[in-house]
Ligand binder design. Sequence first.
Ligand code: HEC
Ligand code: HEC
Ligand code: HEC
Ligand code: HEC
Ligand code: HEC
Ligand code: HEC
Length: 313
Amino acid sequence: MIFVFSSSTVWGGQWHIGASLDCDDCHLQHASKQGQSLPGGPYTYLLLKDNINALCLSCHDGTNATAPDVQAPVDMYSSTSSQESAAGYFETVGIDNPHGHTLGVNMLVPLQNEGNSITLTCANCHAVHGNSNYRNLRYDPAGVGATITLEEGLDVFTQNNPANPPTVSGSIQAYERDNVGYKNDFSQWCASCHNQLATNSSSTPPAHFNAHPNNVAINEYAGSYHTDPTHWVLGTGEGFAGDTSSTMGIPRVPFLAPTASDYTTSKIAQSSNEVFCGSCHKAHGKDNKKSLLWPYLEGGNDYIAGCQQCHYK
Ligand code: HEC
Ligand code: HEC
Ligand code: HEC
Ligand code: HEC
Ligand code: HEC
Ligand code: HEC
């Protein structure tokens, strides 16, 4: 399986896959390097660290400048327009993180019918040996026998690929938030664990829904919108960064572009854009509660900025 790299294999992730899966990034064959034995080793599966989070974060914590930093504080994206990565960042492993996914603590999966508890590691969400999904995201993160595909060039689009061999500037450009456009299937991927959100719960008109819907277009209900498609498409005014009429404003939130065929078309603001998990939440986390893109639960000027972009009430 992982050892057979035939040229017909379609690789989706952009690193730790196929020819860029360097075994020695993560494994050490005899727990010894240059005559120095591995402190505390050898570890299970000949890994360089005694657990997966520590292994991945040994590069992805900002100490390796070419590895996208996923642990706070992150400043590698400060030169980009978005100033953050697409997924955002975690806080300290082993401590309940109110600002996003908690790593290394056994916790209930919220909004899940089965109410399972799991101890999250990077490997719950990412295939450690790569796969054909965007960012090597697992086909079956909840472990229920699903095959969720989320493919680069089909469901997600990026403009800049990371460099091979990795470079600092290449990683910054490849992993910053604005380099990604979304089309399909992202909400379904999140809802494999948070399966209470797998379908939208509908309501009686004039209300349409009983919980915030996902994968619904801003112009879905022509004539009885609860949204403001014109405001969304304009991208100026209340809720949007640079607005002068109020003190609130954040960059346009991510959206699904169901008719996109490439990166450029995936970034066009249209009334057919759809709201999805990523419109409101970062995949890893951010400095707002519940991994939200704006300080909805903290208050302050921007507390409803994201909501206003689509609803303008
Ligand atoms: C030896 C350092 C190192 C280790 C250890 C490491 N990574 Fe990475 N990882 C990198 C670098 C460098 C890149 C970016 C490659 C580039 O810019 O070309 C990367 C990229 C990634 C990406 C983005 C892939 C894509 O499709 O673009 C993911 C996801 C990722 N790593 C997850 C992990 C996980 C999970 C682990 C632990 C099992 C891990 N990494 C361990 C160095 C490392
Ligand atoms: C980005 C980090 C990373 C890289 C690179 C990597 N591995 Fe692994 N590997 C892991 C982790 C983490 C585990 C443990 C998985 C688990 O506990 O579920 C593992 C487990 C294994 C296992 C035992 C479990 C199994 O799946 O059979 C083998 C064998 C293995 N790796 C071989 C390789 C080989 C060969 C390469 C190079 C082609 C490689 N790995 C590259 C992270 C990595
Ligand atoms: C492998 C299962 C799994 C997947 C996939 C998953 N989550 Fe979670 N999620 C969890 C667990 C476990 C928790 C509870 C622990 C915690 O707060 O981190 C959680 C908590 C959350 C929280 C609450 C965080 C907080 O600070 O209280 C949000 C928001 C969330 N997830 C959103 C998402 C989004 C968005 C996605 C898709 C990008 C996603 N989840 C994918 C398992 C998962
Ligand atoms: C709850 C699921 C989940 C967990 C746990 C998780 N990731 Fe991710 N990760 C994602 C998703 C989803 C994306 C893609 C987000 C996007 O592009 O909007 C992503 C993106 C990334 C990227 C691309 C850079 C970025 O910031 O966008 C890297 C690198 C990465 N993850 C590494 C890791 C490492 C290392 C760990 C463990 C320390 C980890 N991830 C744990 C879901 C997860
Ligand atoms: C990216 C766009 C987007 C963002 C951001 C957004 N929404 Fe929505 N919202 C929608 C869409 C699309 C619908 C469904 C369209 C409809 O019902 O007319 C919807 C529906 C709703 C509804 C239900 C209306 C009904 O039909 O019953 C409420 C309430 C709501 N949103 C509140 C909020 C709040 C509060 C926020 C901020 C926390 C928010 N929305 C953020 C796009 C968005
Ligand atoms: C329109 C914005 C919006 C969308 C879209 C959205 N969420 Fe949320 N979500 C929120 C807000 C706001 C909160 C926290 C406060 C609240 O519940 O009102 C929250 C809370 C959560 C929680 C924590 C629940 C708890 O018990 O603490 C999880 C998990 C979660 N969302 C997952 C998801 C997933 C998965 C998706 C996509 C399938 C999604 N959300 C889509 C706005 C949104």
